[in-house]
Design a protein around this ligand. Structure first.
Ligand code: SF4
Ligand code: SF4
Length: 154
């Protein structure tokens, strides 16, 4: 049994982690680990960076092809895709799906939450987009949190 099957929460051991270089350009991190019939992420990607053997397969991102555009973030019904981009030696941008109210505004200071829903640091909202039905929020966080922050508390 995988760790997340016991806890219900993914860890870095359960997902593919990009290289430092790939993170510098900004890439999609897909945290979808169960074989379910779903594929809008692969269908919407403009550069065919997401591959699936069939509709039940787990999606795999080609980090070298991915441009970090974020279209897959808003289309995923499982809220399982994030875009992570490191911007310098100390900060990173994390783009995440957000379906709670109130919708944050650019410039808001919010709490960064880890995969367990625990506060793990502070974040600043730098962009809010409605690309589809789901609001997509980009936050600036400490670089060390880039692969840990997966939600915010407004
Ligand atoms: S972020 Fe854009 S380019 Fe990257 S996998 Fe998603 S849709 Fe494709
Ligand atoms: S759209 Fe989301 S839930 Fe569906 S396969 Fe892609 S990552 Fe998984």
């Amino acid at each position: 049994m995988n760790g997340y099957e016991k806890t219900g929460v993914l860890s870095l051991n359960d997902i593919r982690v990009p290289s430092e270089n790939q993170l510098r350009k900004g890439v999609a991190i897909i945290e979808c680990v169960q074989e379910i019939p779903c594929n809008p992420c692969a269908a919407i990607c403009p550069v065919n960076a997401i591959s699936m053997k069939d509709i039940n397969s787990i999606p795999i991102v080609d980090f070298d092809k991915c441009t970090g555009c974020g279209k897959c973030v808003s289309i995923c019904p499982g809220l399982a895709i994030f875009v992570v981009k490191t911007v310098d030696n100390s900060k990173a941008l994390v783009t995440l799906p957000y379906e709670f109210l109130p919708i944050p505004k650019t410039g808001d200071k919010v709490k960064a939450l880890n995969r367990w829903g625990e506060i793990c640091g502070d974040a600043e909202v730098v962009r809010v987009n409605m690309l589809g039905k789901t609001t997509v929020v980009t936050i600036r966080v400490d670089k060390k949190l880039a692969m840990e922050v997966r939600n915010i508390r407004v």
